[in-house]
Design a protein. Structure first.
Length: 488
């Protein structure tokens, strides 16, 4: 199997004496500083904030924010006035292009589809900023016609009366507006009501479960294809799992017993991703009223197929990859997406899921764990988070890595599927740019275009689908044509 990282001169984590020195310095300086200075000060600040707020809270009746009774109520749609899909003005509307990932998605659309027959528009809350972005897109792509051909739609998920214009006259909405827990539900609700298909970049499984539970039946009825998790969380692993399961079935006619994924990656986080992680940490997981919605079939019944996490948080050495590894930060999100696909596609009855990040040696694996602990403390403790924001140590929403970092980034996932009969197949998927931003922008746009340009070729109709189950090989072909490499 060709080493694409060496071929493309991608900077990888290196071992040697420098990794030993860095680890020792972290143990002697960074870790003690965190455990005995930063963490205690953060906890004291939280305690002080609580004590200061007590006099203001005493004597006040404890109130809880009333739940919106209309949160899951579909808007009324006049069927006689509803525009048929084939007659709608736009093929695709991009919602959220004033954000970091959304802006990259707009650039991708302008560069790759600005001169074609695709009819698309950009949408967001601020008309002035959208005007600026449209001009920037025309300059970047050297295509002044975009100023006239790309329309602007002002929409705000916090003002639901603006969402009719967003979804009623397009075949698909692509959304990058997160955290989706706060801003995503109204958009999905309106897409479902109007039969408009939808793709997004969320990694918030708790939110995905919620939308499946409340809108699945309606989406099947209206024909809206709703596909979440269409970015770096979790298309690479979800799609690779499907391809490996298909190969295993074709070669040995056996069900999958286990998936193992080994990641090599380079890149950086944006403010939007940090905000999404903070949102996820604040949510208490709840079971759906009918069980886990991630196992829900179109019939409304629950699939008996299961995917279980397997020791993915441990540092160790793999005989399979012949490398040291550390935990993969988003493994639990990717696992849940693969679980959804297994429920819908039936890879196997009981599958173990293992995902880690490759490391050069034991020292870099331990170093990565220390770095994640450091980051987790600054994200999880409010006072430390505010300090990090004020110092610029953590990017704010709308901020992200530089163009150079994005171009030098990469993601290569080497996957293995083991069958019930012992047969093992493997393959890899490779993205030559930063997976979280450049590649995510491409993934979510191409996911949306699957439901516009090749809708009749898709294996499913209306409902809530994972990328692998809803878009499958059509998405794989579109990604392959636009820069992703597969070897199965």
């Amino acid at each position: 199997m060709e080493n694409v990282l060496v071929r493309d001169n991608k900077k990888q984590v290196t071992g040697g004496i420098s990794s030993v020195v860095n680890f020792i310095l972290s143990c002697l300086i960074k870790l003690p500083l965190l455990l005995f200075v930063i963490l205690p000060l953060g906890l004291v600040a939280e305690l002080f904030r609580t004590i200061i707020s007590l006099p203001f809270s005493l004597g006040k009746k404890k109130t809880t924010k009333a739940k919106d009774p209309n949160k899951y109520t579909l808007p009324e749609v006049d069927v006689e006035k509803q525009i048929p899909l084939e007659s709608r003005k736009y093929d695709l509307v991009l919602y959220g292009c004033t954000g970091f990932t959304g802006r990259l998605a707009a650039s991708y659309l302008a560069k790759n589809y600005g001169n074609g027959d695709l009819k698309w528009a950009i949408a967001g809350r601020r008309a002035g900023r959208l005007e600026e972005i449209r001009k920037e897109l025309a300059q970047e792509s050297q295509n002044d016609s975009l100023i006239d051909s790309v329309d602007i739609i002002v929409a705000d998920s916090g003002k639901e009366d603006t969402l009719h214009d967003l979804v009623s006259n397009t075949r698909v909405v692509v959304s990058t507006v997160g955290p989706f827990l706060y801003y995503g539900t109204p958009v999905v609700k309106y897409c479902v009501a109007y039969g408009t298909s939808y793709a997004d970049t969320t990694g918030e499984v708790h939110w995905v479960r919620d939308t499946i539970e409340h809108f699945q039946e309606a989406a099947i009825r209206t024909g809206a294809r709703i596909v979440s998790l269409c970015g770096s969380d979790s298309i690479p692993w979800d799609l690779l799992a499907k391809l490996l399961a298909d190969k295993l079935k074709a070669e040995s006619n056996t069900d999958v017993k286990s998936f193992e994924f080994y990641n090599d990656l380079g890149g950086a986080a944006s403010g939007g991703t940090i905000a999404t992680v903070i949102s996820a940490l604040s949510v208490k997981a709840e079971k759906g009223s009918k069980g886990d919605p991630m196992n829900m079939l179109p019939s409304g019944e629950l699939s008996s197929n299961r995917v279980y996490m397997s020791k993915s948080s441990k540092i160790g050495y793999s005989k399979t990859s012949k490398k040291w590894h550390s935990s993969a930060f988003m493994a639990r999100v990717n696992h849940r997406c693969v679980q959804r696909s297994n429920a819908l596609l039936g890879y196997g009855k009981k599958i173990s899921y293992f995902e880690v990040n490759n490391q050069a040696n034991w020292f870099t694996a331990r170093q990565t764990s220390i770095d994640l602990l450091f980051l987790g403390c600054f994200i999880g403790i409010r006072s430390l988070r505010k300090l990090a924001y004020s110092l610029g140590a953590i990017p704010l929403p709308g901020q992200g890595p530089s163009k150079e970092v994005q171009e030098s980034g990469y993601l290569r996932v080497h996957g293995f599927a083991k069958g019930e009969d012992g047969t093992v197949v493997d393959g890899y998927i490779y993205f030559p740019q930063d997976p979280g931003y450049c590649s995510t922008a491409r993934m979510v746009v191409e996911s949306g275009l699957c439901m516009v340009l090749q809708a009749e070729e898709l294996p499913v109709k209306g409902g809530f689908w994972s990328p692998a189950a809803g878009l499958g090989n059509i998405l794989k072909e579109r990604l392959e044509k636009t820069g992703t490499e597969f070897q199965i």
